[in-house]
Design a protein around this ligand. Structure first.
Ligand code: HDE
Length: 689
């Protein structure tokens, strides 16, 4: 009999998997003789209450779930390493930044609005949370894939989250902002405008978690050994380049694969294609901060790279999938308050609120103040103090030293650890300006009052295609606002402060008159456009990390297929063979070729480019198969390269494919085209705002 395997814990606290030759036991170590039948009175009689094996098993099962995260509930995680590659000892004394230092990390990516069981590809901000297990304690950089945030003050966070999540009475929509309450709230909150521009752009439609940027968002501080303090912003830059899908593709991805992003990440790591990001910093001082037309403590503002260039200081590599999703990804507890000597907070009022919130939420999710003892959360460096007991205490401290100061050592007893002003964390003394002293006030600093300048900067930094996507997203989302007639005009009135053309396009797309401009607290300024804010202006033409769907059927030319697979692989892409039957096809040379995916279950939205290699007969047959026509039609609609054998032309014609740069023959032309998308095609096939 093959017994179930179970994780068990050794006396040293380590966990190991019980193998099939070991005895199945209860949680208290008693061997189980029968894992198929409960204990009954007679073979058809009632189940007995004394069946402790059954009761323990069901009891434990009944409590398998813990509360999901109130935000960022859906996510996926992986282990990796961060290697510091630059000497920044002049800026920070943190060991994690010592050139050549390698630090273990755990990263969790997430969507924000949807529940744990929602899909991976809604239009949503992505969380990018990194736990560095440094030798001086854990540092958590809990960021997003967008460098700014919706609100300026933590006190508005519950309102934002309530407004964006499913509506309170009806329980929908799940995982999306395209509904009444979100836009009602957002249109009443001009400070959201800059973030809304990002949210309505393709930034919220990442092609892959491996192809998105990450940001610490807030201004933090770096502190060097001499105590000198600098301001810093953190950026993650993906080595594979930044890439997004188009909206129709993101929608269709939800249908094709709910788990698109987590599968993509898991498979990449599993096959050794380890995703990497460079960590870069923007460093500046008080004099720079004072000279800007915005406040560096305001999380709705970014610092253009043109003003403070990025400096790369290290590389993150994700190289190991989790062994157990629940134990690691679900139980990982990120805390923005986890900081190490050499890094410090700023007075950003949003960050200050977060410092409390995350500690609090972990107690409610994980049910104990001892959540730091869960392996994924525990520091890798030695740690110890006089905190004791509490629920789920798994440490067994010896001796009497549970208070400090003590003189137990004088009697040969262990006295416990001691504070140390050199090695311990010392809060950087802030420069106390007039604005940090004085009366207790519930106010928003005057320097936070401009809500439109950077929204305009973002919009004007995009290329024409990206601007059309932003305008169209506003139209899509506001068109989903049902009964609240006042909301779309109110939003468009705000947009008039960003860019008149954008406002006009959105109003026209909604079919409403252009409303009067909303009153702004401050006039919108013109900042010079920043190419770094555009995806298109810095997209890499590469097949690396991308997938090419190759449609084959009986009679496909064996040589054509072989050279296509080789060329894609050589370009570091992943060839995926799609065929009408998973068992495979008979190629022109009579050999059976197994498929990776069955046509109906492997639509082209799963791929970055497609190749159609068909014989005349197979093409004629596939003309009657909707899945084949859609395969081509959607690849074309999603602006992808299509390489086709001459015999496949009737299928391209039926799918409405018109010749352009992205429609090629097989061979080198296709591989070159497959490294990019063809946005110029879009105005011919889709009405955009
Ligand atoms: Fe979070 N946020 N947040 N947030 N956040 C949480 O903590 C919160 C904010 C972010 O993969 C929660 O463990 C407040 C900004 C990520 O586990 C909670 C405020 C940014 C994750 C919480 C913010 C983030 C969270 C829910 C306003 C980008 C997922 C569960 C002051 C810089 C981490 C949990 C993971 C998670 C509170 C604003 C990013 C409730 C009060 C700004 C990536 O504590």
């Amino acid at each position: 009999m093959v017994k179930q395997t179970e994780q068990s814990r050794g006396s040293g606290g380590e966990t190991h998997q019980r193998g099939s030759d070991e005895l199945l036991t209860t949680n208290h170590g008693v061997g189980v003789s029968d894992n198929q039948n409960s204990l009954k009175s007679g073979s058809r009689g009632p189940t007995l209450l004394e069946d402790f094996v059954l009761r323990e098993k069901i009891f434990h099962f009944d409590h398998e779930r813990i509360p999901e995260r109130i935000v960022h509930a859906r996510g996926t995680g992986a282990h990796g390493v961060f290697e510091a590659t630059a000497d920044i000892s002049g800026l920070s004394k943190a060991a994690v930044f010592t050139k050549g230092e390698k630090t273990e990390v755990f990263v969790r990516f997430s969507t924000v609005a949807g529940g744990a069981g929602s899909v991976d590809t809604p239009r949503d901000v992505r969380g990018f949370a990194v736990k560095f297990y440094t030798r001086e304690g854990n540092w958590d950089l809990v960021g997003n894939n967008i460098p700014v945030f919706f609100i300026q003050d933590a006190i508005k966070f519950p309102d934002l989250v309530h407004a964006v999540k499913m509506e309170a009475d009806r329980g929908y929509p799940q995982a999306g902002s395209a509904h009444d309450t979100f836009w009602d709230w957002a249109s009443l909150m001009p400070e959201t405008t800059h973030m809304l521009m990002w949210a309505m752009s393709d930034r919220t439609l990442p092609r892959s978690l491996r192809m998105m940027e990450g940001f610490g968002v807030h201004t933090f501080q770096l502190v060097n050994a001499a105590g000198k303090v600098s301001f810093v912003k953190f950026h993650w830059r993906p080595r594979l380049g930044i890439q997004s899908t188009v909206w129709d593709e993101a929608l269709k991805l939800q249908a094709a694969d709910n788990d698109y992003h987590r599968r993509d990440l898991f498979e990449a790591i599993d096959t050794g294609a380890f995703p990497q990001w460079d960590l870069a910093i923007q460093v500046f001082d008080q004099a720079f901060a004072d000279a800007q037309p915005y406040d560096v403590l305001d999380a709705t503002k970014l610092i253009p790279e043109e003003d403070v260039p990025l400096r790369v200081i290290g590389t993150l590599t994700l190289n190991r999938n989790v062994d157990n999703f629940f134990a690691e990804t679900e139980q990982v507890a990120f805390l923005p308050s986890n900081i190490v000597p050499g890094i410090d907070f700023s007075n950003d009022p949003l960050l200050q609120g977060r410092l409390f919130s995350y500690l609090d939420t972990q107690n409610s999710r994980l049910g104990t103040t001892n959540f730091h003892q869960i392996p994924v959360n525990a520091p890798r460096c030695p740690f110890g103090n006089f905190q004791r007991d509490g629920k789920m205490q798994t440490m067994v401290p010896k001796g009497r030293a549970n208070y400090e100061p003590n003189s137990l050592a004088a009697h040969g007893e262990e006295g416990g650890p001691r504070e140390n002003p050199e090695r311990g964390f010392v809060t950087a003394s802030a420069t106390r300006g007039d604005d940090e002293t004085g009366d207790k006030l519930r106010v928003r600093a005057e320097t936070f009052a401009d809500h439109y300048t950077q929204a305009r900067l973002f919009y004007r930094s995009q290329d024409a295609h990206e601007q059309a996507h932003i305008a169209s997203s506003f139209v899509f989302e506001l068109s989903k606002v049902g009964l609240l007639d006042q909301v779309p005009p109110r939003m468009v009135a705000n947009l008039r402060n960003v860019d008149e053309d954008l406002a006009k396009r959105v109003a026209a797309g909604l079919g409403i008159p252009l409303p009067p401009k909303a009153k702004a607290a401050k006039p919108t300024l013109d900042m010079p456009p920043s190419d770094a804010l555009s995806i298109h202006k810095k997209m890499k033409a590469t097949l690396e990390g991308r997938a090419v769907g190759i449609l084959i059927a009986d009679g496909t030319d064996a040589a054509d297929l072989k050279s296509m697979v080789e060329a894609v692989t050589k370009a570091k892409g992943k060839p995926v063979l799609v065929a009408p039957k998973i068992g495979g096809v008979k190629l022109s040379d009579g050999k059976l070729q197994k498929a990776d995916g069955q046509l109906a279950g492997s639509p082209s939205q799963l791929f970055d480019a497609v190749a159609i290699i068909l014989s005349d007969e197979a093409c004629a047959m596939l003309l009657a198969d909707g899945a084949a026509v859609e395969f081509v039609m959607n690849a074309y609609g999603h602006l992808k390269a299509i390489g086709a054998s001459a015999a496949a032309q009737p299928l391209l014609d039926k799918a409405g494919v018109k010749p352009d740069e992205g429609v090629t023959t097989l061979g080198a032309a296709f591989v070159k085209a497959a490294a990019r998308r063809f946005y110029d095609r879009e105005p011919h096939i889709r009405t955009l705002a």
